[in-house]
Design a protein around this ligand. Structure first.
Ligand SMILES: O=C(O)CCC(=O)C(=O)O
Length: 297
């Protein structure tokens, strides 16, 4: 759906002002939107998986493990395909989160994917500047990632940083000179981006941050004493269709969570870089794809 058509439908949860802000800046912070009881349920389920990870030694379909992972001390960078891990995560995907998605992509909403990223104190994980859509291109750019804050996200625990208006600019390659996927924008291309305008997305537990799939974003390392847990859920308008294999499919990918399935596809005419064929090369996580060096400023 075009932006004008989305805005013509009455919102479920957001104000029109919030929707306008999302379309103008390419991201939006929605505070106090997830109830304490949901945040607690998500947090306790996440902890259950962290405990279980201590009996796992290698990254696989469920976990992306960091280099410091041991049997006694977990270092999980990502819990993959969240909605397949526990029914709680799928119930949440169909709850108010789908209403937020409907306000931003239009009333017919398709579930795409989900994951839970962790940043461990002292482990130095950061997420370099990137756009989401180059990993999973679709016929249009309605896709939105909803990041759910389960604890306070502060200056020191590696908050997301988004570049305003970057969703209206080019879609950059996330390959290196040898045409290998690196999951981040090259230093040369970053010279064309106003990184100094980056907005840190701080917020309390219960905040949701919506990021358009073309918006350039990244996050710094966790300098606090506590683990930062960030579930991320991706939705599209029902009329967006992937044109390459998906890097992180789930059993729910493609399910309509609000409204009805599309009878017309919406094709946006912009150019979009072609990702690797994930069915052939496989995909682990953004942490595994990117080099753990510093976030350029
Ligand atoms: O975990 C984070 O801080 C950022 C995650 C992110 O941007 C991604 O996984 O695409």
């Amino acid at each position: 759906m075009r932006k004008e058509d989305i805005l013509n439908v009455a919102p479920r949860l957001l104000t029109n002002c919030q929707r306008e802000e999302y379309f103008e800046r390419g991201f939006l912070t929605i505070t106090d939107i997830v109830s304490d009881s949901w945040a607690e349920k998500l947090q306790s389920t996440s902890k259950k998986f962290l405990r279980a990870s201590t009996s796992v030694e290698e990254s696989g379909d469920i976990y992306d493990l960091g280099p410091n992972h041991t049997n006694s001390k977990p270092h999980v960078r990502r819990l993959k395909a969240l909605v397949d891990r526990d029914p709680i995560f799928w119930d949440f995907a169909r709850s108010i989160l789908a209403d937020i998605a409907a306000d931003l992509v239009g009333p017919d909403v398709k579930f795409h994917s989900s994951k839970l990223n962790y940043k461990w104190p002292g482990a130095g994980e950061l997420v370099k500047w990137h756009q989401d859509i180059p990993a999973w291109p679709h016929t249009n750019y309605s896709l939105v990632t909803l990041g759910v804050y389960l604890e306070n996200i502060t200056e020191d625990n590696g908050p997301l940083v988004c570049i305003p208006g970057s969703h209206l600019g080019p879609i950059f390659s996330h390959m290196d000179d040898a045409n290998q996927w690196v999951g981040s924008i090259s230093s040369e291309d970053l010279l064309k981006v106003e990184l100094a305008d980056g907005v840190k997305k701080l917020g309390g537990a219960g905040t949701v941050v919506a990021i358009n799939c073309r918006t350039i974003h990244g996050s710094g390392s966790n300098e606090s004493q506590n683990v930062r847990s960030l579930p991320l859920y991706v939705y599209s308008s029902a009329d967006a269709f992937p044109w390459m294999a998906q890097p992180t499919p789930t059993s729910k990918t493609g399910q309509i969570v609000r409204g009805t399935a599309a009878r017309l596809a919406h094709l946006d005419a912009s150019y979009c870089p072609v990702p690797p064929d994930w069915e052939k090369v496989g995909y682990n996580s953004i942490f595994a794809s990117q080099d753990p060096t510093t976030l350029e400023k």
